[in-house]
Design a binder for this molecule. Structure first.
Ligand SMILES: [Zn+2]
Length: 452
């Protein structure tokens, strides 16, 4: 009896203080459902171990499409379908190789996504190190006929590691063409990471089509440091061999499941992650986590008997990594069909402990979303920050002014794995993964209930 009175008192105080007790109870139900019965971790195992790396247009990608369709059905979607889009078809074309001459020390490298291969004979040339684009400009007369080594480091003073990535990634995406402009034969880029191992981290480059498309590889950080140190007192020749090439664009698909809205079936909320991933790994953190978050929200809503007011779309996007064609196609179709979308949420920051959401919308929408933070805080999200949203849903925001958000988990370990061979299932923690789905489901529930 005493216990009951205490419980009642607490309930009353809670209700009085916050006026959000129904919402906090519902979010507690969502959290309990996911923490007790989640299929996210098992689904991630299945996707990473039984399919593996899922580069766009690879056999594994098409297998993943069918897998996604099946699981969305099993998880209770009212409707599922494949949304066709044209996707690029790049292949690595074998093992990438970089050997120092003389000495034959092998450097641990991975060709950058979308880069052209060296040809069967490979390229042998002297290496010139540059620390930045300014440094490249200063040395532009020495670059011709050489391999340019971009050795720009992640800035460790950025607390959010995505800031360091944003700062450094220009050397991966634009570095090869900038070097080609001055006659470089190939490029080696310091990996986009600050890990303590030597795994190279691939990722897409973007050629300037007016310049020669020279081969480019990422190099592991220990080898990058060795190369830099060795180049301080002697000249080094490197033999580089890569086999990257493009086939003509082909057909790929976004995989979509839907829960039909009970009050506003013609108004949509989108939640998603991207199904494709880089080939040398299993795509567990990037973005298997986002895929299984998305599916888990659907499963939990169905298990709870939750009937959304708006139609909720669960989308596994195609081709985020080397083209963004899936996200672009999705937004194009929203526009063509003149659909009314009120919100889109993405998970593409890994399956780590949730910390916040980044948010792209008007000041008023942001303020409304921020008013829900006290409801999310018990599950990890302590702030909603201005700006952001996730690559696949970016054109919904940019071109169609739809409010977007992205789950922002703790970022300290993300670039230890991002696009590297160790982005595997074993490096995802079950509970951290599940808490991401809890916070996302809670945010979707609040937007569905109150709008934005
Ligand atoms: Zn990603």
């Amino acid at each position: 009896m005493k216990k009951f009175q205490l419980g009642f008192f607490a309930f009353f105080i809670g209700n009085y203080c916050f006026g959000q007790n129904d919402d906090s109870l519902m979010i507690r139900h969502i959290a309990d459902e996911i923490l007790l019965h989640s299929k996210a971790y098992d689904n991630l195992y299945d996707l990473t171990k039984n399919i593996g790396g899922r580069l766009t247009a690879s056999p594994q990608f098409y297998k993943a499409e069918q897998w996604g369709l099946k699981i969305l059905k099993q998880s209770g979607a009212d409707k599922t379908w494949l949304q066709e889009c044209l996707v690029p078809h790049w292949i690595r074309g074998g093992k990438d190789q970089a050997d120092v001459i003389p000495g034959k020390k092998s450097l641990d490298v991975l060709a950058l996504g979308n880069s052209m291969g060296t040809g069967a004979k490979g390229i042998t040339a002297n290496v010139i190190e540059v620390k930045s684009f300014d440094d490249l400009e200063a040395k532009k007369d020495e670059v011709k006929g050489k391999i340019v080594f971009y050795n720009y480091k992640f800035n460790p003073t950025f607390i959010a590691t995505f800031q360091a990535y944003g700062d450094a990634v220009q050397y991966r995406s634009g570095g090869p063409s900038r070097a080609a402009k001055y006659g470089a034969l190939a490029v080696i880029v310091r990996s986009m990471s600050e890990s303590v191992d030597n795994n190279p981290h691939t990722g897409a480059l973007k050629y300037d089509t007016t310049l020669p498309k020279i081969p480019a590889v990422a190099i592991g950080l220990r080898d990058a440091d060795w190369l830099s140190l060795t180049l301080t007192n002697k000249k080094l020749e490197v033999f580089l061999k890569t086999g990257g090439k493009f086939f003509p664009d082909t057909i790929g698909h976004n995989v979509i499941g839907e829960l039909t809205g009970s009050e506003f079936p013609d108004q949509f909320i989108t939640v998603g992650g991207h199904l494709d991933s880089w080939d040398p790994a299993e795509g567990a953190q990037d973005d298997g986590a986002g895929v299984v978050h998305t599916i888990e929200i659907l499963r939990a809503f169905k298990a709870l008997g939750y009937k959304p007011k708006h139609t909720i779309r669960f989308v596994l996007f195609a081709n985020e990594e080397n083209g963004l064609r899936g996200g672009t196609k999705y937004a194009d179709e929203v526009k063509t069909k003149n659909e009314k979308h009120i919100f889109a949420l993405e998970s593409d920051g890994g399956g780590f402990t949730p910390r916040s959401f980044s948010f792209g919308g008007t000041a008023e929408q942001l303020k409304k979303a921020q008013s829900w933070v006290p409801l999310l805080h018990p599950y990890g999200v302590y702030e909603i920050t201005d700006g952001g949203g996730g690559a696949d849903i970016s054109s919904l925001n940019k071109n169609l002014k739809i409010a977007v958000a992205e789950l922002a988990p703790d970022s300290q370990r993300y670039f230890d794995y991002h696009h590297a061979r160790n982005d595997v299932f074993e490096n995802v923690n079950k509970r951290e993964l599940e808490l991401g789905a809890v916070n996302m489901a809670a945010l979707i529930f609040l937007v569905d209930k109150y709008g934005l």
